[in-house]
Design a protein around this ligand. Structure first.
Ligand code: ADP
Ligand code: MG
Length: 683
């Protein structure tokens, strides 16, 4: 690949000689020395004094300066917590909460889950003794339900505030309210970028504490021409760096697990073929579903004469800092959830990143020495095609879940809720309408009994409704299993490149008439019958890790089902009822096969297609329900189930009118009308 060097990102440190760097790498710092070497360390006392003096403090500092790992420890040492009160710290991402708490436990010499712990959805790794608790922002949002004044916390840190996730944005409004009547609660808002002024204004002009970052200059390179296949371009660039550049680790930004695995496979393969012609290349993936032991591997020092390549999602942009990165490869994309309030459709899409993101990514190369960032796009594209900043989540995703939670907290007037940036009015209205259609709100917009029960579950409103409806349809156990399989946000099937045919055959062996939800149920049940065996997963090309996670989620959901006093009824032979219960939650996600052989969404007539991995891909039933939409080459429905249109009148009479669901025959279309995988550009 031809790269052209453009401007450099200026640093505030002198360029270092390469020799000095390798010296530095060789010198293994122990934990105490490492802590003292962080940019935040010289400000320890000033910071503690500032926190003593002010109730609310905004903290701004370059990523990697030690905000997340050090501040809670400083506060702990300074006596900000006791037997009853702990220090909380929110993270937008699960991996960050887990990884950072593990690091802090190690630094403090305690076992994770004791004094230092973490809580994420479906997993609570804390105990009575926990004084420093890391959690996702979504988890803290839920905690408000049981502890509306955060009584068990003496300090709350809203960390990585610049990420502006939906939950973080809503937390801003909630904590701002709480500090008014809990004068003993300290609130810290910590951010990596220049939003500090905005946060300060929002929190009634709270003072800003700046930690000067340490950053070496980073040279930026662009490609001469656009790259058609950025995964391939990544592989080529990695090898190019490895062959021509001095040692130093490489960080590559990809959009998700699948891409990372593909890139990993191709790269491993090329490296194997090059054999001993090149120095050792250690390839390590990082994404949110990676098991913990694999996650910690990325932090191990690189052995001499080898180079580490970390293939990461956005997680490494600001939440996780990997030391000794000298080279960054940035294809310029990330995966984003986007919601179209006109069509009510939400879908996961790979989109170009913003200029702010691109600069954060580049900055990762300049933490320990002068670095280089290779952008796999042209300088023209950077200038003309990238937005300046990423739009905050609250302004671009479905608010159903957030609105349900706020209603459950007794916050009724959402229009006047104290938002840092308010969501678009029509998105709020749509969320209210959706909750009304689901039966969670009544005519006046107040929470119903059903809505209150829905809010008990850490699930999206639609999934919550499906679960609660399963009681009526006498299939609670089955729906709990399906919900836990759907909640595993990692792949269930394993599809290695060299065994695609075997893997696809194994996958098809699980197919059942009716749809993918029943297939998921089938997989789980068979695994359970095989005593949850690892070997069974291996033989059937199923990801054992995902299955284990779904078993954990399932246990949690069973506990919650019992808490809301639902009976664990089961009817394994009746699939109509299972599908009706699913429809009771997902009646917004309906598509109908049109005469032209395409699926159109029921209400808005948008063209969508069945994903090639679905068991219904070649069946094409008249009416289908989908779990989610994913936009790759086309707008694909993933996890698809066949339904009968008349069920819509039964489960959502106020949403569907008889005329909208005419032709309730479930006649199948001839197979030839379906498109092949190749035609769809999906392989
Ligand atoms: P900030 O929050 O300001 O971005 P952090 O507190 O996350 O900074 O990081 C401070 C330092 O701790 C970094 O040098 C990072 O590499 C190190 N660190 C964080 N997590 C781990 C871990 N799990 N293992 C080893 N080092 C880690
Ligand atoms: Mg941090």
């Amino acid at each position: 690949i031809d790269f052209i060097q453009a401007l450099s990102l200026p640093g505030n440190q002198e360029k270092e000689e390469e020799e000095q760097l390798t010296e530095k790498q060789k010198k293994k710092l122990n934990i105490e020395e490492t802590k003292k070497s962080l940019p935040i360390y010289p400000f320890k006392q000033d910071l503690i004094d500032a926190i003593r003096e002010h109730q609310v403090l905004i903290i701004e500092g370059e990523t990697g300066s030690g905000k997340t790992t050090q501040i809670p420890q400083y506060l702990y040492e300074a006596g900000f917590c006791d037997d009853k009160m702990k220090i909380g710290c929110t993270q937008p991402r699960r991996v960050a909460a887990m990884s950072v708490s593990a690091r802090v436990a190690e630094e403090m010499g305690v076992k994770l889950g004791c004094e230092v712990g973490y809580a994420i959805r479906f997993e609570d790794c804390t105990s009575e003794r926990t004084v420093i608790k890391y959690m996702t922002d979504g988890t803290l949002h839920r905690e408000f339900l049981s502890e509306p004044d955060l009584a068990s916390y003496s300090v709350m840190i809203i960390d990585e505030a610049h990420e502006r996730t939906l939950h973080t944005d809503i937390l801003f409004g909630l904590v701002k309210d709480i500090v008014r009547f809990r004068s003993d609660l300290k609130l810290l808002i910590s951010s990596a970028t220049l939003d500090a002024q905005k946060f300060s204004e929002f929190f009634d002009d709270a003072p800003v504490f700046r930690i000067p970052g340490r950053r070496f200059p980073v040279d930026i390179y662009y490609t001469k021409a656009p790259e058609a296949d950025y995964i391939d371009a990544c592989v080529v660039s990695i090898l190019q760096i490895h062959a021509t550049q001095p040692l130093g680790d490489v960080l590559v930004f990809l959009t998700g697990q699948e891409e990372i695995e593909t890139c990993n496979e191709i790269l491993q393969d090329r490296v194997r073929r090059l054999g001993s012609k090149i120095k050792e290349l250690i390839i390590l993936p990082v994404y949110s579903n990676l098991p913990t032991d694999m996650q910690t591997k990325i932090f191990l020092p690189t052995p001499p004469n080898a180079r580490k390549v970390v293939l990461a999602t956005n997680i490494a942009e600001t939440s996780l800092t990997i030391d000794n990165i000298i080279y960054v490869i940035d294809p310029g994309f990330c995966k984003q959830n986007n919601f179209n309030s006109r069509t009510g459709m939400e879908s996961l899409t790979v989109v170009p990143i913003s200029k702010a993101s691109a600069n954060q990514r580049a900055g990762r190369a300049g933490r320990v020495a002068a670095g280089k960032c290779f952008r796999l796009y042209t300088a023209w594209a950077y200038k003309h095609e990238l937005e300046d900043n990423t739009v905050p989540e609250i302004q671009r995703i479905n608010l159903g879940n957030a609105v349900l939670m706020l209603k459950a907290l007794g916050i009724n007037d959402l229009i006047h809720f104290d938002f840092l940036d308010p969501p678009p009015h029509e998105t709020l209205v749509l969320a209210l309408e959706q909750l009304y259609a689901l039966g969670a709100l009544n005519h006046h917009g107040d929470l119903t009994k059903l809505g209150r029960r829905m809010a008990e579950f850490p699930l999206d409103p639609m999934m919550g409704k499906m679960l609660l409806a399963s009681e009526k349809y006498k299939c609670v156990e089955e729906i709990v299993t399906i919900a836990s399989m759907l909640s595993v946000n990692g792949a269930i099937f394993y599809r290695p490149k060299d065994k695609i045919i075997h893997a696809d055959t194994a996958r098809k062996n699980f197919f059942l008439p009716g749809g993918d939800h029943l297939v998921l149920l089938n997989i789980y049940n068979q695994w359970a019958e095989a005593d949850f065996s690892t070997q069974w997963c291996y033989e059937n090309f199923i990801q054992h890790r995902s299955m284990k996670r779904s078993r954990d989620v399932r246990e949690q959901l069973i506990g919650l089902v019992q808490r809301v006093e639902m009976e664990l009824v089961s009817n394994p032979t009746e699939t109509v009822n299972i599908r009706k219960a699913i429809t009771a939650g997902y009646f917004y996600h309906i598509a109908k096969l049109s005469k032209s052989g395409n699926y159109k969404t029921a209400k808005h007539n948008q063209t969508v297609m069945i994903h090639p991995n679905s068991c219904l891909f070649e069946e094409l039933p008249r009416w289908v329900l989908y779990h989610e939409l994913v936009f790759t080459t086309k707008e694909f429905m993933r996890q698809v189930t066949e339904i009968e249109s008349k069920w819509l009148l039964e489960v959502a009479p106020h949403y569907y009118k008889p005329r909208e669901i005419e032709d309730s025959t479930n006649k199948k279309m001839p197979k030839t009308m379906g498109k092949s995988r190749a035609e769809l550009g999906e392989h």
